[in-house]
Design a protein around this ligand. Structure first.
Ligand SMILES: C[S@@+](CC[C@H](N)C(=O)[O-])C[C@H]1O[C@@H](n2cnc3c(N)ncnc32)[C@H](O)[C@@H]1O
Length: 274
């Protein structure tokens, strides 16, 4: 069932207003494939009926459900591997040395989807840097999606999700079996504060950050929104802190205060020094 141009425009408009995701012309197939399951679930006739219902009740839950459906939640444990190698070999050892007197690290994972990224990082910290046990670790992870946040908090993953990138020794060490699924052990789950943050709106107060993971989310926004978000990260990041972006993302031509670090395919940036 094809979406008509007016309904496509309307859905694009509410998605952009609510979460800054840009759906350009040509993405009709994407909207159709994401929204049709909702149409069936709600036992509606068509996308047209869905749009009519949202227009008649713009504050209702259907609108939120469309926004949820239009966010791309693709993620995996140790996604792209290189950033995590760089964190393990260079960035975390350097931060541990620099913060050894205060013994405090502040980390934010800004689009955590179903949680594989923050849990990867927390496993890496626990497994490779046991000295952190005596440190104060402020680790927050956020996403715009309620559904994703609930998944993060539960820390429950299917065998298929586990198979995508999680090394067996880490699974054995940090997960417990529940039925056919696997749950991150409580000691790790309680190390992360999960919360809703819409990157396109006001952010809550945060401490000065040592490390920001903002991977594979800027790609969905327009140039102005990317600039705005990078500018706000710049203010939150400590002068010697680090920012990680996704493989297809950059600060180039968006914020010249950042410089890319020369670590192979890591998407690692810091503020220009001096
Ligand atoms: C492709 S996932 C990236 C997950 C993870 N960072 C990674 O690289 O594997 C993008 C996430 O960004 C979230 N997102 C989209 N728009 C957002 C917004 N305006 N504010 C916060 N999160 C948003 C989506 O809900 C989704 O979970």
């Amino acid at each position: 069932m094809a979406i008509n141009p007016a309904d496509f425009d309307y859905i694009s408009k509410i998605v952009r207003e609510q979460c800054a995701i840009v759906l350009e012309k040509g993405k009709e197939y994407l909207v159709e494939s994401r929204v049709m399951p909702l149409v069936h679930q709600e036992k509606l006739e068509s996308i047209e009926t869905l749009v009519r219902k949202i227009k008649s009740d713009p504050r209702g839950s259907l609108k939120d459900a469309v926004i949820e459906a239009m966010t791309t939640n693709e993620t995996s444990f140790f996604r792209d591997i290189h950033p995590f190698e760089t964190l393990k070999k260079v960035i975390i050892p350097e931060l541990l040395e620099k913060r050894k007197l205060k013994k405090e690290l502040n980390i934010w994972c800004g689009a955590s989807s179903s949680g594989q990224e923050p849990y990867t990082l927390v496993m890496l910290l626990k497994n490779e840097f046991p000295q952190l046990n005596t440190w104060k670790l402020n680790f927050s992870a956020s996403d715009i999606s309620n559904q994703m946040l609930n998944r993060c908090k539960s820390g429950i993953y299917s065998q298929l999700e586990i198979n995508r990138g999680l090394p067996a020794p880490l699974m054995v060490k940090y997960f417990e079996r529940i039925g056919t699924e696997w749950q991150v052990k409580e000691e790790l789950r309680k190390m992360i504060q999960f919360r809703i943050i819409n990157l396109s709106e006001r952010w809550p107060m945060m401490p000065q950050l040592d490390l920001v993971m903002m991977r594979n989310v800027l790609i969905y926004f327009d140039v102005e929104m990317k600039k705005d978000i990078l500018g706000r990260i710049r203010k939150l990041l400590r002068p010697d802190g680090y920012l990680f972006l996704g493989a297809a993302e950059t600060t180039l031509n968006l914020d010249e205060n950042f410089e890319r670090m020369p670590f192979k395919q890591s998407g690692c940036y810091r503020l220009k020094q001096g």
